[in-house]
Design a protein around this ligand. Structure first.
Ligand SMILES: *Cc1c(COP(=O)(O)O)cnc(C)c1O
Length: 357
């Protein structure tokens, strides 16, 4: 039975990408060898890495002066690498917004390295909105924000103008909508939400911001190491980079980021209009900040959802249980999830209302 995969991450990938990836595991580039048993220094794999970087640059219109890296350690290691690379050794300080579990983890790591000022937070309301109108002190080394809050279903529609370096965790909405990379100095994203399998993290960094902290940075944690070695300082996560490359190619062939942005908007409009219409469900995020990637909703008061849970499972829907910190349901609608899958979920929500009536 066809599954409608709403998993929050790792998550759905295009079927044609999975097909190509499984073939490459058996016989890559007609070498009669597997992709995962050849040297990462072989010309065949170097071509994969170069293509992945080139496709990312093309799809996101990355300007000159920026490097695109594929690293390991997930977005979680970026929580550490960012302050190491950007916070001054003497009197280092950064401004962060606290908009969800991932931001607060990033804040926790940055505090180990230097001073952190939380300039905006929605923690007191269980992160159900995006703080706005905050002031970023001029003297901070950088400002850090999270563009999409995967667990709480909010996203930043706009990014603040800053007089310092602009750093953003885009793990769960990279490549889902158009962004102007030139507005950012450093962007990072774990692959497993919109780009590929877990194991690779994409970093887009403006080269000139590096090397200014006076810190002695451990080699792996220093972005300059990876820029100098073209993401081949140590063995890269070859499978994850390869499948990310295939997904980037898929997105390019289909029509690129503006094409997918339009579909993602249609998917979000479809689910949110049903959440708002259906008296049995309530959306948890402030309407103006609702994420196009992760739609969170809970049963209305007194509604027993046992039947609903049976119905969506029977419809082939998978992965819509909410995160424990919000409860209810979370429909994650990453790039590879077709509009039809959202329609199936909406139909089940309507049918649940009908049988409950
Ligand atoms: C999933 C996620 C992370 C954590 O990524 P890992 O690769 O597991 O370290 C960080 N930030 C955001 C916004 C995420 O969605």
């Amino acid at each position: 039975m066809q599954k409608h995969n709403f998993s929050a991450g790792p998550c759905i990938l295009p079927p044609e990408v999975l097909q190509q990836a499984s073939q490459a595991v058996l016989n890559f580039d007609n070498l009669d060898l597997s992709l995962i048993e050849i040297s990462h220094r072989s010309k065949n794999f170097i071509a994969v890495m170069e293509k992945a970087q080139a496709l990312a640059k093309e799809l996101l219109s990355v300007p000159g002066g920026y490097s695109v890296l594929f690293l390991q350690g997930g977005a979680s290691l970026e929580f550490v690498m960012v302050p190491f690379n950007l916070m001054k050794k003497e009197g280092g300080k950064a401004a962060y917004t606290d908009t969800g579990s991932w931001s607060s983890k990033a804040i926790k790591e940055a505090k180990r390295v230097g001073e952190v000022e939380v300039v905006g937070s929605s923690k007191d309301s269980n992160y159900n909105f995006i703080p706005k109108g905050y002031t970023i002190p001029a003297e901070v080394d950088y400002f850090h924000c999270t563009s999409n809050n995967t667990i709480f279903g909010t996203h930043m529609k706009e990014f603040p103008q800053v007089d310092t370096l602009m750093v953003c965790d885009m793990s769960s909405d990279i490549l889902s909508r158009q962004i102007n990379v030139a507005d950012f100095d450093l962007i990072y994203a774990g692959a497993q939400k919109n780009m590929g399998p877990a194991g690779a993290t994409m970093v887009i960094v403006k080269d000139e911001i590096l090397g200014k902290t006076g810190r002695d940075i451990p080699a792996y944690l220093d972005y300059r190491t990876h820029i100098d070695k073209d993401s081949m300082f140590n063995t890269p996560p070859v499978f994850s980079v390869y499948v990310s490359m295939l997904t980037l190619q898929w997105l390019k062939d289909k029509g690129g980021v503006s094409w997918i942005e339009d579909i993602n908007q249609q998917k979000a409009d479809l689910i949110y209009s049903e959440i708002d219409r259906n008296p049995l469900f309530t959306g948890t995020a402030a309407k103006e900040d609702r994420s196009n990637m992760n739609a969170c909703f809970v049963p209305a008061e007194g509604v027993n959802t046992e039947e609903f849970d049976k119905m969506w499972q029977e419809a082939g829907i998978s992965g819509i249980n909410g995160h424990r910190s919000v409860g209810g349901y979370r429909a994650s609608m990453y790039n590879a999830l077709p509009l039809e899958s959202v329609q199936v979920l909406v139909d089940v929500m309507k049918e649940f209302e009908r049988v409950k009536a």
